[in-house]
Write a protein that binds this ligand. Structure first.
Ligand SMILES: Cc1ncc(CNC=O)c(N)n1
Length: 218
């Protein structure tokens, strides 16, 4: 078992809080209201726009710090997928009558985006950044995969959204990121491993806050 799997077990309460949030339950059982979904959509578009430069910073670190050449391809693949994703947000927003240019970022979103920006610093080690990258992607994969399970009652018009992150290919990509993070953590000094664990926990907290915000609770 890798370090990441150990941390997911050790912090299972928080991990489950982020991946089995009431927002996701409401998608899964079909009780979500349209206003929450639209709020999530607009805010997540803003988040993803901040996520792109974060991934760019990970790409820079992989080039400078990683000794495994396949790492770059996985991260570059993730980056390329974000181009598609931004186009999807625009299409989805226009379909639902959400004007993306008028979205005001919520406080929880601003805090999360600032946290991402802090991780772009050259002072932040590749190991720490790639752990955060894995965690951010994994929370969405696990969350939306729940909405596609056999017994889920996800409304037909939300299936496409859930498939975006809940699909098997995205699951495989997350496992590749986890392997990359695990291998990097294995070689890292204790101080860096401790920092990565804290960053992992911060990501989970921000994700919980993001779902809370999407429910209109903050
Ligand atoms: C708040 C949040 N966390 C993770 C993701 C998934 N990564 C890229 O799309 C996302 N879109 N939004």
């Amino acid at each position: 078992m890798g370090t990441i799997e150990t941390w997911v077990k050790k912090h299972s309460l928080l991990y489950t809080g982020a991946t089995n949030h009431p927002f996701i339950h409401s998608v899964r059982d079909g009780t979500i209201d349209l206003s929450s979904f639209k709020r999530w959509l607009g805010q997540d578009y803003i988040f993803v726009r901040a996520f792109v430069p974060f991934v760019a910073s990970v790409l820079l670190k992989v080039w400078k710090e990683s000794d495994e050449s396949s790492d770059m391809e996985v991260i570059l693949g993730g980056m390329a997928a974000l181009n598609d994703e931004l186009a999807w947000f625009k299409k989805e927003a226009s379909k639902r009558g959400v004007s993306l240019s008028d979205i005001v970022p919520h406080k929880a979103n601003i805090r999360y985006c600032s946290f991402l920006e802090s991780l772009t610093s050259t002072e932040v080690e590749y190991t720490v950044a790639v752990t955060a990258f894995w965690a951010i992607e994994a929370v969405y994969q696990d969350s939306f995969a729940h909405c596609l399970e056999e017994d889920s009652k996800t409304p037909a018009e939300l299936k496409e959204t859930c498939e975006r992150w809940g699909n098997e290919a995205f699951g495989q990509y997350c496992r590749s990121l986890r392997e990359i993070a695990n291998r990097s953590l294995e070689k890292a000094p204790d101080g860096v491993v401790s920092k990565a664990e804290i960053v992992f926990l911060r990501v989970l907290e921000h994700e919980v806050e993001f779902w809370n915000m999407s429910r209109g609770e903050t």
